[in-house]
Design a binder for this molecule. Structure first.
Ligand code: UD1
Ligand code: CA
Length: 446
């Protein structure tokens, strides 16, 4: 039997934030979500989150996460004290307890699986994850012999000068034999620089205690402050870009672009500098995105070009070109081969194939048929101050420059709207609509 406990009760003082540390976001997911994700494949019998500081907020953030038990640690008197809270809920439990620090978000599933396997084959009382860090400042140091047996862990602040020179670092990830750990947990003392109960002290009380060194030291990065948060973000971004480059995506200036876990690309996509992908964004084969674009929950077909533009909660079909400087807001749906040009904003509108909105327009709550040509500066006046109204423009219609279509309004197919018109009434198919003052000429007036 396997139980997993994630330590997430701490305040995260060094973050200087109103947000509990484990709720800090990293590439679109919170720290605690990432930690829970890293042990998903183990399919544990029990999954426990130890909460304390802003417990309700942490619990609420995970309300969609099935099968989690929350155990309250009040007050937060150290990592050992946190695990002592499991003595009651795990009183009848037999098996292994995997303990994960809630602020170590880069662990790979394979690493945890390997830790568990090593623990089982060596029949250790505890097996912990370590790494050799170039700069182990702040981390607990692990004292071990050549055969991997650990004698003790000493926290950075409790180390002598000589002990600090040891760069074998405690990751904060442990696999315990639960009944053996349960027997020593009550013996922890607060005899240390912080006056807290340290989980790390149990290691010297358990035998055999073993460690497994990770190959990639980045994996054990712990996050205590904003600088470490930024470093972890950089590691995740690097992993994501590498993954997609291996799948056939070109990044012209990789470091300048950011991705989310939910970003997907087809082959031969070219991502120009300064592009950002958030949420669940899909970009189809052969697209050219950027420079300077932001896509969030966007579904983009194949061979689409997006230049200096923002696309949010919108669907863009094959062959469209967007920008420069366009904004597609939530609910925009473009069918194939549409062209959305500069300084155009589109919201909650369906635009059929081959239509063009090329310059300086606002199209909101509208439905456009195929091959509509929206003239420069055309505005759908969709809001009367109280409610929003729809505009419908039939296939093949053209609006002249600077027209205002006051919704609700329907233009039939193949309508032509004269430049500068303000239309408030429906227009039948095939008609010319003019809604502007007649031009007056007064000769020899000056
Ligand atoms: C801890 C380890 C250190 C290790 C490092 C790895 C101890 C004593 N030290 O130090 O050896 O190198 O992690 O990142 O364990 N927490 C609680 N309740 C508490 C205190 C903390 O749930 O009372 C949680 C925190 O929310 C956090 C985790 O435990 O998720 C680690 O706590 P933190 O204070 O960050 O420990 P470190 O000083 O980083
Ligand atoms: Ca920490």
């Amino acid at each position: 039997m396997l139980a997993v406990a994630v330590l997430a009760a701490g305040k995260g003082t060094r973050m200087k934030s109103d947000l509990p540390k484990v709720l800090q976001p990293l590439a679109g997911a919170t720290l605690v979500e990432r930690v829970l994700g890293s042990c998903r494949a183990l399919d544990p019998q029990r999954q426990i989150l130890i909460v304390g500081h802003q417990a309700e907020r942490v619990e609420q953030s995970l309300s969609q996460h099935g099968g989690l038990e929350f155990v309250l640690q009040q007050p937060q008197n150290g990592t050992g004290h946190a695990v002592q809270q499991l003595l009651a809920p795990l009183a009848d439990f037999e098996g292994e307890l995997l303990v994960l620090n809630g602020d170590v978000p880069l662990l790979r599933e394979e690493t945890i699986t390997a830790l568990l396997e090593r623990h089982r084959t060596s029949q250790a009382a505890v097996t912990l994850l370590t790494a050799r860090l170039d700069d182990p400042t702040g981390y607990g140091r692990v004292f071990a012999d050549a055969s991997g047996h650990v004698s003790a862990i000493v926290e950075h602040r409790d180390c002598s000068e000589e002990q600090r020179a040891n760069n074998l670092t405690n990751a904060g990830i442990y696999c315990f034999n639960w009944s053996k750990l349960a027997a020593v947990l009550p013996q922890l003392s607060t005899d240390n620089d912080q006056g807290e109960l340290y989980l790390t002290d149990t290691v010297a009380m358990l035998s055999p205690a073993m460690h497994v060194e990770v190959a990639d030291a980045d994996e054990i990065n712990g996050i205590n402050d904003r600088y470490q948060l930024a470093q972890c973000e950089a590691v995740i971004q690097q992993r994501l870009r590498r993954h997609w480059m291996a799948e056939g995506v070109t990044f012209v200036d990789p470091e300048s672009c950011t991705l989310s876990d939910g970003t997907r690309f087809g082959r031969d996509v070219v991502v120009e500098p300064q592009c950002h992908f958030r949420g669940n964004t899909n970009v189809g084969r052969g697209c050219r995105i950027g420079p300077g674009s932001f896509l969030e929950n966007a579904s983009v077909g194949e061979e689409v070009e997006v230049l200096y533009s923002v696309v949010r909660d919108a669907v863009v079909a094959d062959g469209c070109t967007i920008g420069p400087y366009a904004q597609l807001r939530p609910g925009t749906e473009l069918a194939r081969d549409c062209r959305i040009g500069n300084f155009v904003e589109i919201k909650k509108s369906q635009i059929a194939a081959g239509s063009k909105v090329n310059h300086l327009s606002y199209i909101g709550d509208a439905q456009l048929g195929e091959n509509v040509n929206v003239g420069a500066g055309t505005i759908t006046a969709n809001y009367d101050g109280v409610t929003k109204h729809r505009t419908v423009i039939g296939a093949g219609s053209k609006t002249g420059a600077n027209s205002v279509l006051v919704a609700p309004i329907t233009l039939g197919a193949n309508v032509t709207v004269g430049a500068g018109s303000t239309l408030t009434k429906d227009v039948p198919a095939g008609a010319l609509a003019l809604g502007r003052a007649k031009q007056l000429i007064k000769e020899n007036w000056s």
